[in-house]
Ligand binder design. Structure first.
Ligand code: WQD
Length: 335
């Protein structure tokens, strides 16, 4: 078998990028990371992995890195991912996500690199009409974040039609957990980090919405362990090395959990009571979003392996609670 090529990982110092770099290295692959460290963390990079400290918007720097490292394929993570931030500053998101993807594709064309795995999102579906979403369902994003990801998918599709580009766009559902403290996503505004912050500050968890049309009235999502998500990227790399591809794939577990079920799992794993208060739902929050995962199983032979308890346990093991302060709020002791 020919030596597997070098893969460039944009955003490889990020949360999902960092987990994916670790898995590519563990199977003996050579990896180069391109990251401007605007949100990525240098300490996430394993020793020996070359870092190109640049933005994907710098087309010449990207083309130079592709040539210098004789890259055979790219995994493109680099992007901001806050829905609220995209609502407040849409231009930032269109520039970074659509502009960044267009710049990367230009550099890949200049350097003759024809394989791309793209980091897309379930947010492209917006408010799906039914809980289980298929890749063929209407994509009607309700935020500049989701819309810019959808536009980037379409740019990739058109470039793939016109030029020698094989691609797989992966629509992530709710990535949670972490393999280590260093790889965790502490700052995110998503449910899991917010539960731990409420724990650490000794205040109730805020549950947004208690009257959804779901079994217990709280929102249902398809949570997926970030390790499974990283494995899906490795499976995508293997698929692109086997031959031409052009597909959009949901990446989830195919199973949904409500907020109250997540809190019950936190209680079981931490041994702590989990006080919470239910408040009004967030504007535009769908009741249920669960991935149909038939296509990724067929295309990549991949399916998620970890269950909710494993996700919560890994998030809990990786949480970086503030040191106990003598007079501060009660500090959660790990059981
Ligand atoms: C999950 C559930 C909330 C906060 C994400 C992002 C993005 C995308 C996946 C990649 C919902 C409830 C939340 C809180 C709560 N992934 N909640 N209290 O809304 O599914 O969106 O989708 O791009 O990360 O678009 O994730 O974690 O914000 O919410 O009760 O303090 O938790 O109502 O049901 P969401 P989330």
């Amino acid at each position: 078998m020919t030596e597997p090529g070098v893969w460039l990982v944009t955003g490889g110092a990020g949360y999902i990028g960092g987990h994916t770099v670790a898995r590519l290295l563990s199977e003996g692959r050579r990896v180069v990371v391109l990251d401007d460290l605007s949100t990525g963390l240098a300490h996430r990079l394993p020793v020996g992995v070359p870092l190109v400290n640049a933005s994907v918007l710098d087309t010449d720097a990207v083309a130079g890195a592709l040539r210098e490292h004789a890259v055979s394929g790219v995994i493109h993570f680099a992007a901001k991912k806050s829905v609220p931030e995209s609502m407040a500053d849409p231009l930032l998101y269109y520039r970074e996500i659509v502009g960044g993807t267009t710049s990367l594709l230009t550099a890949m064309r200049e350097a003759g690199v024809g394989r791309l795995v793209y980091s897309s999102t379930a947010a492209v579906y917006g408010m799906p009409k039914q809980g289980i979403v298929r890749e063929t369902d209407p994509a009607v994003p309700i935020s500049p974040y989701g819309h810019s990801k959808l536009v980037s998918e379409q740019v990739i599709r058109e470039v793939g039609r016109a030029h020698e580009l094989s691609w797989l766009s992966l629509r992530y559902f709710n990535a949670v957990g972490a393999d280590t403290v260093g790889l965790a996503d502490h700052g995110a505004s998503n449910l899991f980090p917010r539960i731990f912050r409420a724990f650490a500050q000794g205040r109730p968890v805020v549950v947004t919405g208690g009257d959804f049309d779901t079994p217990d009235g709280t929102g249902v999502r398809d949570y997926i362990h970030v390790g499974d998500l990283a494995d899906a990227h490795v499976a995508a790399v293997h698929r692109l090395e086997r031959g031409p591809a052009a597909a959009v794939l949901n990446v989830g577990t195919g199973r949904g959990y409500s907020v109250l079920e997540v809190l019950a799992a936190f209680r079981e794993i931490t041994g702590e009571d989990v006080p919470y208060e239910i408040v009004a739902p967030r504007a535009g929050d769908p009741a249920t979003v669960i991935a149909s995962v038939d296509r990724i199983a067929e295309e990549l032979g991949w399916s998620a392996r970890r269950d909710l308890k494993e996700m919560v346990a890994s998030a809990w093991a990786a949480v970086d609670l503030p040191p106990p302060s003598p007079s501060g709020p009660p500090h959660l002791e790990k059981v």
